[in-house]
Design a protein around this ligand. Sequence first.
Ligand code: SF4
Length: 450
Amino acid sequence: MALTGIQILKMLPKKNCGECGIPTCLAFAMKVAAGQAEIETCPYVSEEAKATIGEASAPPIRTISIGSGDAKFVSGGETCLFRHEKRFEHATGIAILMKADEDEASIDGKIVRFNAMEYERVGVYMRANLVALQDTGDGAAFTALTEKVIAKLPKAAVILMSENTENLKEAAAACGDRTPLLYGATGDNLDAFAALGKEINAPVGVKGSNLDDLVELATKLVDAGVKEMVIDTGARTMRGCFEDNIVARRSAIKEKFKPLGFPTITFPCEMTDDLMMEAMISSVLMAKYAGIVVLSDIQGDVLFPLLLEQLNLYTDPQRPMVVQEDIYPISGPDENSPVLITCNFSLTYFIVSGEIEGSKVPSWLLIKDTEGLSVLTAWAAGKFGADLIAAFVNKSGICDKVKHRELIIPGYLATIKGELEEELPDWTIIIGPREAGHLPAFLKEWKPTA
Ligand code: SF4
């Protein structure tokens, strides 16, 4: 049963030293109780208390990690059924399948695509996270494929898929410190998987023939001391998988049913032969709790929409997305280029910068920190007033980058023009268009007056 903040406080050393990053033990205890801080961040708490609190405050969907460094993938840690209740914690992992007996050219193509396909949106870098390597019976070929992937895919966490734990052990050794997920524990090999998982400290993927079977197997693995697990109900239709994912998540969150309190792994690659259909199935499963989706391949038109969906689902709905306050050069501006200013709400930034880029007029875009509020909201909240804009312009360093002194402000801020001219007496304030879509035409007309 979850502990309250006061119960947790009683087990803390009460030094109030702030080394956990939170000024007092009481505040820290409250955050741990709310699932917003990890008990491990207090260096003084006893191992006994750590175990008690850790167990009681663990999220209903356990957090698991695969790999390390740039190749680390984390899943689980979920505490709610719906994003608006709080937020979803760790985005669905997108894995690409490679088989040990697959044609070398095909493997090489997948490696090239995996490395090349990285996208940046609203300051977030997005890509596929994992490779799922499938043993086809030849242990040497399986290990050779693993070695190749480890050498050529520095950002891929690895799933090793085999029913043969000897083959798994050898391939896992080739992963070095990139601890893989060992997938494929069934009723026939459960003990060997549990032993190997504990021996190399790797998470274990367990596959049931249905939900009931999965519960039984997962319970046995937990009893055997396996702490990190990924679960597969065995469903290989979109509907079956979708339903099972929902049952598993509801059971874990609402009923605190521990055997299903782990991230799920799903295999759209085994549900169809059509890559586009795999993407469609993946998009459905991502929306309903898939921890990992395994695709047979990735192409830009398949991966990119999935990454955007992932971005939509896994951003924190209570926190606006922001870009950093700064001067952003667009299309190689010089000392005669126009200077525009707007707020740091990500959507605004990307729309405005996109229109400027589309205009092909090299420009300087000043982004003022408005705590993620859009232009009018920020102005109404007192975060985008003339005094604050002037202070930012003066300290931004833009004066060293341009010869002219003309500042283009959003059309919606026309009312502060006079005030801003008083605050920035050396600058001429130009009112830009209200809609970003009108920026290209506006910029093409713009010329510095002096
Ligand atoms: S580090 Fe530990 S002792 Fe120090 S304030 Fe945080 S919880 Fe309290």
